[in-house]
Design a protein. Structure first.
Lengths: 367, 306
């Protein structure tokens, strides 16, 4: 406990976040073991971990680097489809599904990071709203590219076509991996909650360690004051790009986790709405606040499912809840009231300690 | 304006003491300064060793010559002043030196290297650090982190060793921490290392900006109105500190300032800028008696005579 108190603030805060994630995982595993989870909740576990990873990685761009990115689902889809192809190709070579999963994740992360570099180089010439719009366009381009992509695998290797499945010219027994707008199907479902949890920890590890290093400080310096950052010799383009690419890579890995949880995925799943959803997690959790992002990603992924009993009003209520939470969490008077309440509780606890001492001495005197 | 006659004092060995000292400003020793045989009128503290040389520097904004034919030299450990009425182009000169603007004409030579085509970060690495008129700190970060960011190019540690916490990372972080506290100690700010920079009082923010600039190991430190918004006692302390920095770090300092007590008190060479052109250069006493300077600040002699 003493060690905990002696730590500096950021280390302590990071440790709390790690602990929170681990405890949540253990609780969910425990509930699963005693049969306390509904089947719909079980189905939600991997998507929740995916969205936590996405929220953490987007926080690196939006909160830490201070750029508005509206194309995060684009990187997710690059990762998702790359992993599907990679895992199918590895099926014959690597026996263990666990190793296949991690290899698929790593390849997906690399592919998404490469996409991040490609899009990042032109995008980093822009700032603010312009950057946001270009990333939005990127997300749409990726979606449309995947809508028109056919990819097949047979004994001769990979076949690519941009027109239709027949143009792939697959041999007998060849397998279509990506079937245009119908996406990928027959995916090997090797993701599970534990792997999702591991990926969440990995994403946290990368983001926290990056933020608390020389590079992370440079990224935050550029966010806080670009002119001052340049004046102390920091290349703003380099560090904005670094945040963008790392974030893209992590989103790609989350995409891989997501894809390998389902039998099939379609490109239209990774559209603008999805990007905005991830952005909402980040904004609601507090920009730059990783722990907040994790909590809001979890709650907002579960909420629409829990609201299913409302039928047609489900998304309406979801939106209303979102607006209310935003209003409440940004209300200064309410925040002040919370702070005062917290202070009062803490003080009362202090008073209790003081009360005890005279009582004890009185007792002692009586004895 | 500038009532203190002879406040200018050449560097003496005693100045290296470090502790704040209050020497009588009036004592004027024999000047070591030797005017250089160039177009510069600024007397050099250490003749022949210039750290900065501007040749015919100029920039146009549209049709306006914001700075025109700016010739200037700063000695290796000189404290130089740049003064002039509002809008004269003083900050523009700083922005040219740090390549926030690329000059339209002329050359900037820093320690023998032409800085043409360099970017702002490159100029910083070459040895020019600066502070800003309107304070530009990394507001949301701690005081210590601000200085660590200043040390960015002094300590090497790549992204991967940072993410995977290689031994190199721990070594680098220790060096960052030690050097940051050492630098903060110059201004007695080490006890505020954990405070958020944006929450500091105004004077402390100005000091922190100077510390951050010093962290980049500059050869030339540009201070843009360092005493703005400070009270007389804070200004006096700042003067001591500027001298202390020069003596301890052995660097040149160039400052823009409207507080004439400060300028005449510590600057060894002064240039006066008006409408983007240098109208006078020289020692503080030269400047104080220069009729053109008085005219620029107070209007023409004729008007006053009438």
């Amino acid at each position: 406990m003493k060690l905990f108190k002696n730590m500096d603030k950021t280390t302590r805060s990071n440790l709390i976040t790690y602990t929170m994630v681990i405890v949540a995982f253990l609780v969910m595993q425990g509930l699963g073991a005693i049969g306390g989870l509904s089947s719909s909740m079980k189905g939600q576990l991997v998507p929740i971990t995916t969205y936590i990873c996405l929220a953490i990685s987007l926080n690196l761009v939006v909160g830490i680097s201070g750029e508005l990115s509206l194309g995060h689902a684009g990187f997710m889809s690059v990762g998702a489809f790359t992993s599907v192809v990679a895992v199918s190709m590895l099926q014959g070579m690597v026996g263990s599904p666990l190793v296949r999963f991690f290899l698929g994740c790593a390849i997906a992360g690399l592919a998404a990071a490469c996409a991040g570099v490609l899009i990042g180089i032109p995008v980093m010439r822009l700032q603010g709203d312009y950057l946001a719009i270009v990333t939005l366009a990127f997300g749409e381009i990726i979606k449309n590219l995947l809508n028109n992509l056919w990819l097949g695998l047979d004994s001769n290797g990979l076949h690519v076509s941009m027109s239709n499945a027949a143009a792939l010219g697959l041999e007998q027994g060849g397998k279509i991996l990506i079937n245009g707008p119908q996406g990928a199907s027959g995916i090997e479902r090797i993701s599970n909650f534990t792997l999702g949890f591991v990926l969440v920890l990995f994403t946290l590890f990368v983001v926290f360690n990056l933020v608390n290093s020389r590079s992370g400080r440079a990224i935050m310096a550029v966010r806080d004051n670009r002119i001052a950052a340049e004046s102390v010799g920091i290349s703003t383009t380099k560090y904005r790009l670094m945040a963008f690419v790392v974030s893209a890579g992590l989103a790609g890995m989350a995409g891989a986790l997501y894809a390998m949880n389902f039998n099939s995925i379609v490109p239209s799943k990774f559209d603008f709405n999805n990007s905005i959803n991830i952005l909402v997690f980040v904004v609601l959790g507090g920009m730059g606040n990783i722990r907040g992002g994790i909590i809001s990603a979890t709650l907002l992924t579960v909420l629409p499912e829990k609201l299913r009993f409302l039928g047609n009003f489900r998304m309406l209520i979801y939106a209303v809840v979102l607006i209310l939470v935003m209003l409440v969490s940004n209300n200064r008077q309410l925040n002040n009231a919370f702070d005062m309440l917290k202070e009062k509780i803490l003080r009362r606890r202090g008073d209790d300690d003081d009360d005890e001492t005279p009582a004890q001495t009185a007792e002692g005197g009586a004895a | 304006m500038a009532r203190e006659e002879g406040t200018y004092k050449a560097q003496s060995a005693a100045a290296g003491g470090g502790s704040p000292r209050k020497k009588p400003q009036a004592e004027q020793k024999g000047s070591k300064l030797v005017p250089l045989p160039t177009d510069s009128l600024i007397p050099e503290r250490d003749a022949g060793q210039t750290i900065l040389e501007c040749r015919h520097l100029g920039i146009d904004f549209g049709g306006l010559h914001a700075v025109e034919d700016f010739n200037f030299m700063v000695g290796k450990t000189e404290i130089a002043g740049l003064i002039g009425p509002n809008g004269a182009g003083k900050t523009t000169v700083f922005n040219l030196l740090t390549k926030v603007y690329q000059p339209t004409r002329g050359a900037i030579i820093l320690d023998g290297i032409d800085t043409a085509n360099m970017t702002t970060p490159q100029v910083c690495q070459a040895g020019i650090a600066r502070t800003f008129q309107n304070i530009r700190l990394f507001d949301s970060l701690t005081v210590e982190d601000n200085v660590k960011i200043g040390l960015h190019n002094q300590v090497e540690c790549g992204m991967w060793s940072g993410i995977f916490r290689m031994p190199k990372y721990w070594l680098a972080e220790k060096e960052f921490h030690d050097r940051a506290l050492e630098l903060l100690d110059v201004f007695n700010m080490a006890d505020q290392a954990g405070a958020i920079a944006g929450s500091l009082p105004y004077g402390a923010q100005r000091r922190l900006e100077i510390v951050r600039a010093l962290a980049t190991s500059p050869k030339l430190l540009l201070l843009d109105e360092p005493a703005a918004g400070m009270n007389p006692s804070e200004t006096a302390e700042l003067m001591e500190n500027i001298r202390k920095i020069r003596d301890e770090f052995q660097i040149a300092i160039m400052l823009i300032e409207h507080d004439m007590d400060l300028v005449m008190g510590i600057c060894e060479g002064i240039a006066v800028l008006n409408f983007g052109k240098i109208i006078a250069k020289g020692t503080p006493s030269d400047i104080q008696s220069n009729p053109q300077v008085i005219e620029a600040y107070l209007g023409t002699q004729d008007e006053e005579a009438k």
